[in-house]
Ligand binder design. Structure first.
Ligand SMILES: Cc1ncc(COP(=O)(O)O)c(C=O)c1O
Length: 368
């Protein structure tokens, strides 16, 4: 056995079972946090050190801490699920760990070893296992690993000190009343990411940049924004927090094909997106990565060859798209209802995550 690098200093005052159960009865999303968190420091010349599991608590930061001024920050999101036998497993944590390393590299931050990322998540989930909702529904425990630059001082340069943390929040079913399609506003002027920028990194600045476009989408009566490429304003990229898939041929006798935009450097490489390429092939569909233009999206929806569209990400797994609006046009996908291929894919992936279907790709990471 390797020596654990995370020292366990659990809380003397965790919430009572009754208080925790009251929260788990209606957790919502991102509103409640478990009793503990993991912290690991990085210092130039010393590397990663002082890994600890400690009671969840506020951070104390000097007002001149660099992250507060220059946004040197990255994060991840993954889930732990309760299995039918009561045990708990996380879904593909190594994929999140690898993306966290890519994000770190892009923001000139130190790369946390994959095994340390997984060890930190495991330590928190094991300690706060009682916070993982019961098996049966779509509830889960959402894990939020993140890293901030903690050097104190003004001046734009990579910091010489960082803090990595993992916190956890119980997440209710994304669609408590049954899966409901979302409406999408295609933004043809605002962009999320540019070539050579940091669109493929999971960093807070990308989300701050999306808020105004999101407000504009809401003013158009839409739930989400779809971004196009920043050069030609033509190629579909993704939503503010989810990747996109297009389903062709579901209404004909031919085999359905699911198409997701090619990773362009400005699209976040979603773990769900990657998993669905494999799940689709398992279900006998073709799955390809290709560029899709917004004109093609509109035309193929109107001529009936594009039968379904869905978004995907850790939070909702799969969200069907019902209505699409762009300047001067509006159309519906699969009659505004969740499509058949969308529904099958969603169920197949959820069954693997919740441990009710065979994990033939070895994606689940069980905790001791
Ligand atoms: C911009 C963006 N795209 C796509 C995704 C989907 O990624 P994943 O499937 O890894 O959750 C997310 C969520 O993390 C995101 O924030």
């Amino acid at each position: 056995m390797t020596t654990p690098t995370i020292e366990l200093k659990p809380s003397a005052h965790p919430l009572s079972d009754a208080e925790r159960e009251a929260i788990l009865a209606n957790p919502g999303f991102g509103r409640h946090f478990t009793d503990h968190m993991v912290t690991i420091k990085w210092t130039e010349g010393r590397g990663w050190h002082d890994g600890q599991l400690v009671p969840y608590a506020p951070l104390s930061l000097d007002p001149a801490t660099t992250v507060l001024h220059y946004a040197q920050e990255i994060f991840e999101g993954l889930k732990a699920y309760r299995r039918p036998d009561g045990s708990v497993a996380t879904f593909r944590p190594e994929k999140n760990a690898e993306r966290f390393q890519r994000s770190a590299k892009r923001l000139a931050m130190p790369e946390l070893p994959v095994e340390t990322f997984i060890e930190a998540c495991d330590a928190l989930v094991t300690q706060d296992k009682a916070w993982v909702p019961a098996h049966g529904g779509e509830e889960s425990l959402y894990l939020r690993p993140f890293m901030i630059a903690t050097e104190v001082g003004l001046g734009v340069k990579p910091a010489n000190e960082y803090l990595f943390l993992v916190i956890a929040s119980p997440a209710g079913a994304y669609f408590p009343g049954g899966v409901k399609p979302v409406s999408i506003w295609v933004s043809e002027d605002r962009v999320r990411a540019v070539p050579g920028g940091m669109g493929d990194a999971k960093t807070g600045g990308n989300y701050a940049a999306s808020l105004l476009a999101q407000a504009e989408a809401a003013a158009k009566g839409c739930d989400q924004v779809c971004y196009l490429d920043a050069v030609e304003h033509k190629w579909v990229e993704e939503l503010g927090g989810m990747n996109l898939y297009f389903v062709y041929g579901a209404a004909s006798n031919s085999k359905p094909v699911i198409v997701t935009p090619t990773l362009s450097g400005s699209i976040l490489e979603g773990v769900t997106r990657d998993s669905l390429l494999a799940v689709a092939r398992d279900l006998g569909y073709d799955a390809v990565e290709e560029r899709v233009s917004v004109d093609q999206w509109q035309r193929d929806s109107e001529n009936g060859s594009l039968t379904e569209v869905f978004a995907c990400g850790t939070a909702a797994v799969i969200t069907p798209v019902g209505t699409v609006k762009r300047a001067g046009a509006e159309w519906r996908q699969s009659g505004g209802e969740p499509g058949e291929v969308t529904t099958r894919l969603r169920q197949a992936l959820l069954d693997i995550q919740r441990g009710t279907a065979e994990d033939k790709h070895g994606w689940m990471h069980p905790l001791g």
